[in-house]
Design a protein around this ligand. Structure first.
Ligand SMILES: [Zn+2]
Ligand SMILES: [Zn+2]
Ligand SMILES: [Zn+2]
Ligand SMILES: [Zn+2]
Length: 199
């Protein structure tokens, strides 16, 4: 009896794993979270067809590429790439901001030196981590550790529509005037009159 149940379960799992024969849309995250107020947010989300590898919008059911036509499914959410699913603010963990306090001023809001106390440039006087505002939650997933499909969709929309200059177009022509041997710089023996004249 028990054995039968187990077999049944196993086959259900196997079915679920392969879905209805659909591949999953490919989601690629790149970049790192900023750790201070000067860092630029370079995190990007890009989505591709699992069949032909072309950029494709989230929720596309079938690749429009005639030679591909791969049917695909999209997950409801993804593990947050910024915090690796932990939900914690990357800046706080990287800069060891234990209580969400700004590392630069140690939560003072000002820097104290030589009898002066200018406003801390990292937190702008707020005393808190400029990335999470002191909540210690990952700003990418709001501390949930997951990124919902809609967010992936919104963040990748620009890329998927091709409205982005990806890599700079590589120049197919390699250096045309590639010199094949040693530097052929003209010996500059007559360039400047030698200092022969003496007064
Ligand atoms: Zn495709
Ligand atoms: Zn996160
Ligand atoms: Zn933080
Ligand atoms: Zn500060």
């Amino acid at each position: 009896m028990k054995l039968k149940q187990v077999t049944f379960l196993a086959s259900v799992l196997a079915l679920a794993a392969c879905g209805v024969g659909k591949q999953e849309g490919e989601v690629r995250f790149s970049g790192f979270a900023p750790v201070n107020s000067k860092d630029k947010d370079v995190r990007e989300v890009r989505t591709f067809c699992p069949g032909c590898g072309e950029p494709i919008a989230v929720d596309t059911a079938r690749c429009p590429n005639k030679r591909c036509k791969t049917e695909m499914s999209w997950r409801a959410d993804y593990r947050c790439p910024s915090c690796k699913g932990s939900g914690y603010c990357s800046a706080c963990s990287e800069m060891e901001q234990a209580k969400g306090d700004c590392y630069n001023c140690k939560g003072q809001g000002v820097l104290i030196f030589q009898g002066q106390s200018p406003e801390c440039p990292n937190c702008k006087g707020t005393k808190k981590c400029p990335i999470c505002k002191g909540s210690m939650k990952c700003d990418f997933c709001d501390g949930t550790g997951k990124v919902a499909k809609d967010i992936v969709k919104a963040k990748s929309a620009k890329f998927a529509s091709g409205d982005v200059n990806e890599l700079p177009p590589s120049d197919p022509r390699l250096p045309a005037e590639k010199k094949d041997d040693a530097p052929k710089e003209e010996p500059k023996k007559d360039a400047a009159p030698p200092e022969t004249k003496k007064e």
